[in-house]
Design a protein around this ligand. Sequence first.
Ligand code: SF4
Ligand code: SF4
Length: 488
Amino acid sequence: MAILYNTDQNLRERASSCIENDFKHNAIETAQETFYVKRGQLVEEMPDWEIIRDRAAAIRNDVTKNLDFYVKQFAERAEANGCIMHYAPDGEDALWEILGIFADHGAAHAVKSKSMMSEEIGLNEVLEQAGVDIIETDCAENILQTAGDKPSHIVVPALHFDREAIAELYRKKRGYEGSSVPEEITHFLRSILREEFLAAEVGVRGCNFAVAETGSTTLVTNEGNGRMVDTYPKVQIILVGIDRIVPDLEALDTMMCLLPRSAVGAKMTAYFSVDSGPRKPGEVDGAEEVHIVIMDNGRHTLINTEFEAMLRCCRCGACLNICPVYRHITGHGYGSIYPGPMGIVLTAALEGYDNLGGMPFACSLCGACAEHCPVEIPLHDLIRQHRINMVEEHKNNPVEVPIFKGLELMWSNRAVYGTAMAAGRPIMKALADGEKGAMDESSAWIPIVKGWTSKRDFDVLAPELFRTWFKKHKKERNAGSEEGGQDR
Ligand code: SF4
Ligand code: SF4
């Protein structure tokens, strides 16, 4: 699996380099605010939003509980539609199936539209190694492919590039000679891609939802490229995660009510395709041969665990768009192709705790992500559960153990608390900047506090405990009342 792509650095190292990148912050802040406002307006227009969320969560739960039934039903109906089915228990199986399709057709040229499953299994790299020229046709994915970079968001993957950087990239790597005006860059990209669509023998794409009742696959995009990948090449490969299945068209309607609104704050995306098999006699376009690769890749292992709810996810990205931690450490801070709240839960559930570098601790447990999730996944609870599991399995940072034991002792015992406060005050005062009355970056040499003081000030403790002040104040007030004969 290729879900984690930066295991050389831990969370702190990844986050530090992202925190220092002002452009990334500004881009994410602007995107979060835009999506937040637009989504909020649309949700307000729908008084039954919460009812639809409940319904969607129930639909997705039903699919999880009866997953084998729905996968079988989808496969049978898709086959009856003329599709060729491939079932891949894990990423390696999927890669072999796909390589086999390319080999059978002697194909060396493919176009592709956005697919998180393909990222998950590292499809591009494997095809390239096998001598296949595969080109990303989604604008953002093409930028990432050209730059050799990883996505920083699951819906808007090149969020960390501005137009100057994109223009420069295409100048260096693809012979672009134009300006940084977005329309000009898009026009250039379009002219390249038209040739690619015409030359490609195989089209590879993902699938937002697979409808069990009809054996159909769907594609939800804002660029026309997905539809061209779908219709131009003679051979079509569609990657379907087993968690993409919905029972019927009515359920699809419910999900489509939520997906574009939650993802980009739009009632509907520019393109929404429902495909049911290869081109039929008399039809003017569409692939002549359609292969559907249904991939499990670890999803089954989540069933009947505390993380089962994660299988409800429809990859809308709304949880990323609201998360304050994502805003600061950006998508690359997580080191996973699935960043943000859903990324923490899914990555840890699929990959285990060994190489996360502390990812589940990139969360303040504020719960905003769960409130925004259209399928009501309790993301903050699941993140907390990962932390509990990590502590129980001794996979957390060992330095934390004595620190939290000490804090537990201090906060559970009044005498210890009082002693610690009394001892801590003069120490902090001695280390603080006298004028500010706070420890600042000059204290960043102290290992235990540097994570805080290197970025912001840490006020010294108040001159006395609140309890001491209160007792004194009460005594003075009582004395005053007795003298004045008042009782307030
Ligand atoms: S609970 Fe954690 S992951 Fe969710 S929005 Fe808050 S900080 Fe982000
Ligand atoms: S966890 Fe919820 S909000 Fe986040 S991407 Fe999945 S469906 Fe969307």
